[in-house]
Write a protein that binds this ligand. Structure first.
Ligand SMILES: CC(C)(COP(=O)(O)OP(=O)(O)OC[C@H]1O[C@@H](n2cnc3c(N)ncnc32)[C@H](O)[C@@H]1OP(=O)(O)O)[C@@H](O)C(=O)NCCC(=O)NCCS
Length: 410
């Protein structure tokens, strides 16, 4: 059975949203539903139809994402992937993925990225696990900084109302967005979502709160969080602070904001979801074990056009190799490419020569933003190295610091 695929019109939003809500078992509030609709790019929202009814869905945001070296690349931010429970495992997702990747290529985007609801879904479509995150569960009384942590006497911490400081937050974020691969530029609708504060957004954890680090020249960083106050059975304070995000333009502002979060009265736990794996707080804490970090995957990346994608980023070390790419879903990638790059620039062009390494396109996706998985994949027997040392050479060039992290689910 086939399920024809086409973009939906605005009038079909309700039907498409119903499929998504059924697949995820999610019931948005009217405000969340409206925000989601406002963010939707309808010409990029593809539905698979069973007769007149939508049976499956995938959508994309036109993101601008930082790649290693700081360039901001147009990237398809894949989202809203859902198939009705009555239609699952009939190949609808597979046909939506193929169609979407062809559309992404046609638009001239060389990379697609997504957050996966389950890590086992997207590898078959050529996505590789490209970024990681840590969840911190910190007990606040165990959080002294190392000696020599930065301190700037000109800086002050100020409590502010989030919505009133939206422009300051946006300025700080824009000043750091190119510093880490994976961060993506925010539009007004993104800030609407970050600052959303209805009952449904609060989920019992109270209103969104904010502190800024500022000096006479203006705001140098901000933290957004919610607080869940409580007292234990002995009457002792046992509140939880849920950190939503913290961005700072410089280390002293960063340290001051973390102290503002960790030293908050009546708080015994800070829950920080989705922090980078090389978050500087790991270096600042005298006892980093106290972060009680839990790892999980973050972004998944799909290289849609090998040559355009590989020549758009920077490389940490020189590399000159022929890479044979295996790609059944995007056959235009399945060939041999010579990657010649050094920290000054990169070129990637099709060649016929013998390859130094053969790899599935998902392996390139997982290395694309700088996560260092290639050697692990070689050691796991997932890549074929034909010239000894070729994978190490490729990994040394592609691995990046700071580590990739998008920091905000799309
Ligand atoms: C995940 C989902 C989109 C899959 O849709 P689907 O139409 O059933 O997928 P397909 O029939 O095209 O499956 C393609 C392949 O992926 C596999 N697959 C599908 N979902 C999978 C999952 N959750 N975990 C592991 N493998 C999965 C299928 O077994 C199939 O494998 P095969 O080619 O070896 O037979 C659908 O089950 C769904 O909507 N789930 C709930 C919402 C969700 O998690 N969405 C993803 C958001 S990131």
């Amino acid at each position: 059975m086939t399920y024809p695929i086409r973009p939906i019109g605005e009038a079909e939003w309700g039907a498409a949203a119903a499929v998504l809500q059924e697949a995820f078992g999610w019931r948005p509030s009217p405000a969340q539903d409206e925000r989601f609709r406002a963010e939707t790019e309808f010409d990029r929202t593809l539905a698979a139809f069973d007769g007149d009814d939508i049976a499956g869905l995938t959508a994309a945001f036109s993101l601008t994402m930082t790649v290693p070296g700081g360039r901001q690349l147009p990237v398809a931010g894949v989202t809203a992937v859902s198939v009705l429970p009555s239609h699952r495992r009939r190949g609808i997702l597979s046909s939506l993925m193929r169609r979407q990747l062809a559309d992404v290529r046609e638009r001239g985007e060389s990379v697609a990225a997504l957050y996966a609801s389950e890590a086992a879904i997207y590898g078959r479509f050529g996505y590789g696990r490209a970024a990681s995150q840590l969840r911190f569960g910190i007990r606040t009384h165990e959080t002294a900084f190392v000696p020599g942590a930065p301190h700037d006497p000109a800086l002050r911490m100020r409590v502010v109302t989030p919505e009133e400081r939206r422009a300051d937050f946006a300025r700080v974020f824009a000043s750091v967005v190119t510093r880490r691969p994976g961060l993506y530029a925010r539009r007004s609708a993104t800030w609407d979502a970050v600052l959303a504060d209805t009952d449904a957004d609060q989920r019992g954890a109270g209103p969104l709160r904010a502190i800024v680090a500022e000096d006479d020249g203006g705001v140098r960083g901000y933290a957004l969080f919610r607080i869940r106050p409580s007292w234990d059975e002995d009457g002792l304070p046992d509140g939880e602070l849920q950190l939503r995000e913290l961005f700072a333009a410089d280390p002293a502002a960063y340290a001051l904001l973390w102290r503002g979060v960790l030293d908050r009265d009546l708080i015994t736990r800070v829950e920080a979801e989705g922090r980078p794996v090389d978050d500087p707080i790991i270096a600042l804490l005298a006892d980093a074990r106290r972060l009680r970090a839990r790892w999980s995957d973050e972004l998944w990346v799909r290289v849609v056009e090998v040559d355009k994608a590989l020549s758009a980023r920077s490389y940490a070390a020189p590399v000159d190799l022929v890479v044979e790419v295996e790609d059944e879903v995007c056959p235009w990638n399945a060939r041999r490419w010579r990657l010649t790059a050094d920290p000054a620039g990169a070129e990637c062009k099709p060649v016929e020569e013998e390859p130094d390494v053969s790899l599935p396109v998902a392996a390139l996706g997982s290395a694309y933003l700088g996560d260092g998985l290639l050697v692990a994949q070689l050691d796991a027997g997932l890549l074929r190295e034909r010239t000894p040392g070729a994978v190490r050479e490729l990994a040394a060039a592609m691995t990046w610091s700071p580590k990739p992290w998008a920091g905000l689910t799309f």
